[in-house]
Design a protein around this ligand. Structure first.
Ligand code: FCB
Length: 444
C-alpha cells in the first residue's frame, strides 16, 4: 500500500456531523397535548401489520426525555440534529388552526439545540400523515398536497430553523405504503401508488415555494433514498432491467425535482398500470422543480437486478434483509447525482445499520459491525468528495434505537441503545467511535 492509502481520510473542517431521528419512531406520547391520530397509529392497530404488535405509542419516550437526548447529542459533539415534526401534533386533523402545545414542543427542542450549539435540520413529513387526511383520500387526493403546504407554512413561521426537508423518502411511501402494503396506509395497488407519488412530489414543490417566498435565505429540499442500481451480470437483459429499475428507484424522483420532467421510460411503464399521468396538471412540474437548496441523500443499499428484473443479492445482507452491505454504492450514487444533477449541495441525511445489540454485564454495547459499516461508508463519502461530489455533511441513522416501522422494536439502528422497559439510554461503542471521528474530522 502506498502512503496515500495509509493516511487517514480527513474531512474538511466545515463538514457537518450529525444524527437523524423521526417523530413517530422516537417520540411516543401519541395522545398527549392534543396530538391527533396518524396513519401509523391506525396501521399499527391492525393485528399482523407490525412485528409483535408493536406501535409507536411509547417508542423511546423522547417527547418527555428530549432534554436528556439533547445532552447525548451535545456529548457526542454533533453539529447538526435532523429530526421530524409530527404533522398531527401541529394540526391534529391535518388542516386548520395550529395546536400551540404541539408547536411548543418543537420550540423547546429547537431552543435546546441552540443552547447546545447544534444546528437543527427539520423534516416536515416523515410518514405520520394525520388520519383525517387519509380518510379524505390521503396522498391520492391532490388536496393533501395543498394541506401540506399550509402545514409547512405554520412550521416555517413558528420555528427558527434554517434547514428544512420536505418529504422523507417519497419512494418508500409509494412502494411500501401503496405498492407492497408493508407500511401505512397498507395498500397493494400500483395504480393508486403512482397517483400518490405525483402528489407527494407536488407537496414537496408547494412547500418549497412557500419557504422561498416567506423566508429567503433559508434552505429546503427533499430527502431521497437513492438506490444505485446495477446489472447483476453482463447481459443486455440485465443492463436493460437495471436501467428500468433505476427509473423506479431514482429518476422518478430526481428528474421531476431537478429537471422538471418525469423520465419517459418510467412514465410509460407507470401509465400501463394506472392513471398517474391524468393527475399531472399544467404547471405541476414547474412547482415540483422549484429550486432545491440542499438535497438530503439517504443511502442504505444498492439494488442489483438480473435479466428478468429480479433483485439479487451479491453481498452480505444485514439483519434488515433488504439491506445489502455495499459501501461502494454510496460513492457511486453521490458521484452520479453530482454528474447528472449538477450544482446541488448534498447532505447525507440517513445512513446506518441495524444490528442485534445488547448491553453487556460491564455496561458496554459492543457493536463492532456498526462501526465497520459506518467507517466503510464514510470512506466512500470521502472518496466521492475527492471525485468532486459536493457533500456538506453526514447524519447517521439513528441517534437512538427506535420503532423501525413494520419491524417494530426488533431492529436497532441507534448508536445509542434504548432499553424500552426502563427507557435507559446507553451509548454503544459506535457512539464513542463516532464521537472521536467528529472530534478529529478523521477516519482511522
Ligand atoms: C429509512 C427511513 C427511516 C428508517 C431507516 C432504517 O427508510 O427513512 O425512518 O426506518 O430507513
Amino acid at each position: 500500500m502506498d502512503e496515500a492509502m495509509n493516511s487517514p481520510a480527513r474531512f474538511p473542517a466545515d463538514f457537518v456531523w450529525g444524527a437523524s431521528t423521526a417523530a413517530y419512531q422516537i417520540e411516543g406520547a401519541t395522545t398527549e397535548d392534543g396530538r391527533g391520530p396518524s396513519v401509523w397509529d391506525t396501521f399499527c392497530a391492525v393485528p399482523g401489520n407490525v412485528r409483535d404488535g408493536d406501535s409507536g405509542e411509547h417508542a423511546a419516550d423522547h417527547y418527555h426525555r428530549y432534554n436528556e437526548d439533547l445532552d447525548l447529542i451535545a456529548d457526542l459533539g454533533l453539529g447538526s440534529y435532523r429530526f421530524s415534526i409530527a404533522w398531527p401534533r401541529i394540526q391534529p386533523t391535518g388542516s386548520g388552526k395550529p395546536n400551540q402545545k404541539g408547536l411548543d414542543f418543537y420550540r423547546r427542542l429547537v431552543d435546546g439545540l441552540a443552547e447546545r450549539d447544534v444546528r437543527p435540520m427539520a423534516t416536515l413529513f416523515h410518514w405520520d400523515l394525520p388520519q383525517e387526511l387519509q380518510d379524505r383520500g390521503g396522498w391520492e387526493n391532490r388536496d393533501t398536497a395543498e394541506r401540506f403546504a399550509e402545514y409547512a407554512e405554520i412550521c416555517f413561521d413558528a420555528l427558527e430553523i434554517r434547514d428544512w426537508l420536505t418529504i422523507n423518502e417519497p419512494k418508500t411511501v409509494v412502494d411500501c405504503g401503496y405498492r407492497f402494503g408493508s407500511h401505512a396506509p397498507g395498500f397493494k395497488d400500483d395504480a393508486r401508488a403512482f397517483v400518490a407519488c405525483h402528489h407527494l412530489l407536488l407537496a414537496h414543490g408547494l412547500a418549497s415555494r412557500v419557504l422561498h417566498e416567506r423566508h429567503p435565505g433559508r434552505r429546503i429540499g427533499p430527502a431521497l433514498n437513492l438506490h444505485p442500481t446495477y446489472a447483476a451480470d453482463d447481459t443486455p437483459e440485465a443492463r436493460e432491467a437495471a436501467h428500468h429499475q433505476d427509473g423506479l428507484e431514482n429518476r422518478l424522483y430526481l428528474d421531476p425535482v431537478f429537471k422538471g420532467r418525469y423520465p419517459e421510460d418510467t412514465l410509460r411503464w407507470i401509465s400501463e398500470r394506472g392513471p398517474m399521468a391524468d393527475h399531472i396538471l399544467d404547471g405541476d412540474l414547474g412547482v415540483i422543480s422549484e429550486p432545491v437548496d440542499v438535497l438530503g441523500v439517504q443511502y442504505y443499499t444498492p439494488v442489483f437486478v438480473d435479466g428478468k428484473g429480479e433483485r439479487v443479492f451479491l453481498h452480505e445482507r444485514a439483519q434488515a434483509e433488504w439491506l445489502e452491505i455495499y459501501p461502494e454504492g454510496l460513492h457511486d450514487i453521490l458521484v452520479r447525482v453530482q454528474r447528472d444533477y449538477p450544482g446541488v449541495p448534498m447532505v447525507i441525511t440517513e445512513n446506518g445499520l441495524a444490528t442485534v445489540d445488547g448491553v453487556d454485564a460491564d455496561g458496554r454495547v459492543r457493536d463492532e459491525r456498526r462501526i465497520a459499516y459506518l467507517r466503510d461508508h464514510l470512506n466512500a463519502v470521502h472518496r466521492a468528495m475527492e471525485a468532486g461530489a459536493r457533500v456538506e455533511g453526514y447524519h447517521v441513522w439513528s441517534l437512538l434505537d427506535n420503532f423501525e416501522w413494520a419491524e417494530g422494536y426488533s431492529q436497532r439502528f441507534g448508536i445509542v441503545h434504548v432499553d424500552y422497559t426502563t427507557q435507559q439510554r446507553t451509548p454503544k461503542d459506535s457512539a464513542f467511535w463516532y464521537r472521536d471521528v467528529v472530534k478529529s474530522g478523521e477516519l482511522r
